[in-house]
Design a protein around this ligand. Structure first.
Ligand code: ATP
Length: 498
């Protein structure tokens, strides 16, 4: 209705004026009032439009010296690939002479918190460019054309700011590019399509001889969602994977974030790096930060290893909660966790670091495992043992209660995930098979045959350790935790006495 308001007004007003003149009314006062009101409305509307175009947000602009590649931990391969690509921008005169087309877009892909934004900021510093950052979601509006307008403004702003700062280039960073760059479906989301089209148009408009030159760096963790027009040569044709850091990378990141903190010199950060397998850069930063908070809570001047260990638990499992479980629930949870722990020690001796009976995040208890070496290849035996550890909890409940509880839900999801990996890697009796072609019935069958067999093995192993369950249960209920060493002692004394 609002959309047609203006058209209706334009139609009605002249008719009304002609009628009034015809009726002999002096229309001058009306005209004056109308002109005044129109002027005020126009001024207000254009102000509103400007604000909408700017997205109502102050764009993040970082001065040149704010982030260097040295301040980014790990990611050596991503850094060197990025630097190599940026050299195209830095050595633009040579590039122009050779007739090489300018590089317009670099796509950084990888899981959240791995340092994609940091890399974009470092790229701006490396190329001595103005840096402008926006997120894909800033361009999303209900009204067709607003997102496209914002893209146009972003490029205009980048050129203006670079000129004003006397820079010869500008880096535009668009985070979550998948929000606007998703595959076009031909009509359903016209607004998204227009926004994406505008981005493509702006990219096509970038020339090697223009000043200031523009480089767009975009980030996503869903590259497969992107429209192929974005990825074709001449647009985002450099793709750099930014993966989770390996142990060396994790140590580097921990050291970077430890630099401004009072750390006890005896802390073995390498051990913390091992224990934080699978953590992203952002999670590692959080470990150091939470460690410092634990130190402050305890009134300690230095951050101790125990603070960092607690911080890892917190980042991995969430903050301790005040949920009060009943006595029966606590017993069941303790036996469940001991089931995991005993199974883990039997298939991978020395692997348990702690069994805890304290509510954290969604869990009521947990087993912490000792650091393992980063592993990238898994054998069938290893995956079997992984499933045995996951099933240990449910097996223990079956042994002591004759049935399971909802507490095993995540364990089963994990176990079924491992079965899927086995099937997809051709490690099952099905042989080499395309998992996408498998019917739900075949999936159910393969899951059942592998998991039933491993469940029977797990129960058999745990049945023989009933006494360890009982001894450890006492300690866990009383003290909330049992260390890996104490736990192994209980297990060891049983096997000696047996
Ligand atoms: P998202 O995809 O969620 O936007 P991202 O990959 O862009 O994440 P960043 O915003 O760059 O991640 O990282 C978030 C924070 O995590 C950084 O401010 C920094 O403190 C820390 N961090 C992440 N990766 C690294 C790294 N490689 N070295 C040092 N710190 C890192």
């Amino acid at each position: 209705m609002r959309k047609y308001g203006l058209e209706l007004l334009i139609g009605i007003v002249p008719v009304l004026l002609i009628f009034l003149i015809y009726a002999g009314v002096n229309i001058m006062p009306f005209l004056l009032i109308a002109i005044l009101a129109g002027g005020v409305t126009f001024a207000l509307m254009s102000r509103g439009k400007m604000t909408a175009m700017q997205g109502g947000k102050q764009r993040l602009e970082v001065s040149a010296a704010s982030m260097s590649f040295e301040q980014i931990g790990g990611q050596e391969r991503a850094k060197s690939e990025l630097i190599e690509a940026l050299d195209f921008l830095v050595r633009h005169e040579e590039i122009k002479k050779l007739g090489i087309r300018p590089m317009k877009g670099i796509l950084l892909t990888g899981p959240p918190g791995t340092g994609k934004t940091l890399l974009a900021r470092a790229a701006a510093q490396y190329t001595d460019s103005i840096y402008l950052a926006a997120s894909g979601s800033e361009f999303v509006e209900m009204y067709v054309g607003v997102g496209a307008g914002r893209i146009r403004d972003l490029f205009k702003e980048a050129r203006q700011k670079a000129k004003k700062a006397g820079k010869s280039s500008a880096v535009i960073f668009i985070d979550e590019i998948d929000v606007i760059g998703g595959k076009r479906d031909g009509g359903q989301h016209r607004e998204y399509d227009q926004t994406l089209n505008q981005l493509l148009t702006e990219m096509d408009g970038i020339r090697s001889d223009e000043a200031p030159r523009i480089l767009i760096i975009a980030a996503t963790n869903r590259k497969e969602m992107l429209d192929s027009a974005l990825l074709r040569p001449g647009r985002f044709d450099r793709h750099i994977g930014v993966e989770l850091p390996d142990k060396k990378g994790r140590l580097h990141i921990l050291n970077l974030h430890a630099a401004n903190k009072p750390i006890d010199p005896s802390i073995d950060l390498e051990r913390i790096a091992s224990e934080s397998f699978g953590f992203s850069g952002a999670q590692l930063e959080s470990v150091m930060n939470e460690g410092a908070i634990y130190a402050m809570r305890e009134g300690s001047e230095l951050i101790q290893e125990s603070h960092l260990a607690m911080a890892i638990d917190k980042v991995m499992m969430g903050e301790k909660t005040d949920r009060e479980a009943t006595k029966e629930e606590r017993d069941r949870v303790a036996l469940h966790e001991l089931g995991h722990a005993i199974a883990a020690e039997l298939v991978r001796p020395g692997s348990v670091s702690q069994v805890a009976l304290s509510p954290r995040g969604q869990a009521l208890g947990y087993v912490r495992h000792n650091p393992q070496q980063d592993k990238y290849l898994y054998t069938r035996e290893f995956l079997d043992s992984q499933i045995i550890i996951a099933l240990g909890g449910a097996a223990a409940e079956e042994i002591f209660y004759g049935g399971r509880s909802t507490g095993s839900r995540n364990d089963f999801e994990q176990a079924m995930g491992i079965v899927r990996t086995m099937v997809e890697s051709g490690l099952t009796e099905l042989g080499i098979i395309d998992a996408n072609m498998m019917t739900p019935e075949v999936w159910a069958k393969v899951n059942r045959s592998i998991l039933d067999d491993l469940m029977a093995r797990t129960k058999g192993m745990l049945e023989e350790r009933r006494q360890v369950f009982m001894d450890a249960l006492d300690i866990v209920i009383r003290e909330e935790t049992i260390s890996g060493d104490n736990f192994r002692e209980l297990l060891g004394s049983l096997s000696k006495s047996a």
